[in-house]
Design a protein around this ligand. Structure first.
Ligand code: KG4
Ligand code: ZN
Length: 341
């Protein structure tokens, strides 16, 4: 492989409720990014219905992949590899992407690359940031995961802490449902909280005793539900914006606090955010401010690369391509795949 050759990877993501495909050049430059969201369908049920997600992925995947190639101005023959998310996620949803990627790579005689979904979220930070290189720390906050990770090298991760119960995004979604904002809750709480007082209600900031970097959000969620119940019992009106703002402040305080403690202990100089919750405007500004105060370089992906997308999978896949780390035709979906183990 000549050093000057540009490596273009066609990437596919289908682990939850977005059918996505993208072409990424050299792990950093996005040539196309197609996302077909199913949110409108799952909203009717108040959350993601796995069976429906799989069916919709099957219906949409070929069109989405075709569009990604068209938008990039490339034919399948012109890409260097095909990458796909193989876990973690919903098994039926993952299988659609894995099967499609295998079939496309086999038919076009291209190498196949298997990507960990969380690794993809982390690598979203490489997009448009050519100067960002490991080592750095990354807080991954999504609907299914809350991980504080030390990125030691490309593809080498050490998990410093993770959630013991609900993921941060899951807590956002559950609280939003309880205060009648609907699904998906994160963006709605983000918006509504702008009109509320974050100091109005004193919700708890959970500590997990024996592991300083682990998180727990189920106690906070219960505290919000108890607050709503007690208000209802007393026949008092609830100020939705105040509840949203106070809940969000409690989450953000813990996320920023844990991250800053880790940066101090490990002498970290660079912190990145990743995952759907990383698009939260209050988290972005609180983390940026905390980093600025401590002279820490701060990165966060553009909002479109925070929530599920295939460009982040293409970014992660590039570093596997460089290492010659290709998957076999027996690649399967691994719904509970773990990071850094
Ligand atoms: O990364 P993602 O798209 O999917 C998973 O891998 O889980 O994350 C989705 C999660 C949802 O829980 C959603 O409510 C949350 O990210 N989210 C937000 C915001 N936008 C999306 N949470 C807080 N504020 C936001 N602006
Ligand atoms: Zn995700």
């Amino acid at each position: 492989m000549s050093e000057e050759k540009n490596i273009r990877i066609l990437a596919i993501e289908s682990s939850c409720d977005e059918t996505a495909a993208s072409v990424v050049e050299n792990g950093r430059i996005v040539l196309s990014n197609v996302i077909s969201s199913q949110i409108d369908i799952h909203t009717l049920y108040g959350g993601v219905v796995p069976e429906i997600a799989s069916r919709k992925h099957t219906e949409r995947i070929n069109r989405v992949v075709g569009q990604a190639l068209t938008d990039a101005g490339l034919t399948l023959e012109e890409v260097d590899a095909v990458a796909v998310t193989y876990g973690p996620g919903l098994v039926g949803a993952l299988l659609v992407g894995v099967s499609a990627a295998k079939a496309i790579a086999w038919a076009a005689n291209k190498p196949l690359i298997a990507v960990h979904h969380i690794e993809g979220h982390i690598c979203a930070n490489y997009i448009d940031h050519p100067e960002l290189e490991p080592p750095f720390h990354c807080l991954v906050v999504s609907g299914g995961h809350t991980h504080l990770v030390r990125v030691e090298d490309y593809g080498v991760y050490r998990v410093l802490g993770k959630t013991r119960d609900d993921a941060a995004g899951e807590a956002f979604d559950k609280v939003a449902r309880a205060i009648g904002l609907g699904y998906p809750g994160g963006p709605k709480i983000d918006l509504v909280s702008g009109e509320g007082d974050p100091e109005a209600i004193a919700f708890p900031r959970a500590k997990v005793g024996d592991s300083v970097y682990d998180f727990s959000f189920s106690g906070l969620k219960s505290a919000v539900l108890n607050y709503l119940n007690s208000k209802q019992m007393a026949g008092e009106e609830v100020n939705t914006a105040d509840v949203a703002a106070s809940f969000q402040k409690a989450v953000v305080d813990v996320l920023v606090g844990h991250s800053m403690d880790a940066m101090k202990e490990y002498g970290g100089e660079i912190l990145a955010l990743a995952g759907g919750v990383a698009s939260n405007t209050h988290l972005r500004s609180a983390m940026e401010e905390a980093c600025l105060e401590r002279g820490i370089r701060f990165y966060r992906p553009e909002p479109v690369y925070c929530t599920d997308n295939a460009a982040m999978i293409g970014a992660a896949a590039y570093y596997e391509y460089i290492k010659g780390n290709f998957a076999g035709w027996d690649l399967n979906a691994v719904p509970s795949l773990r990071l850094g183990e």
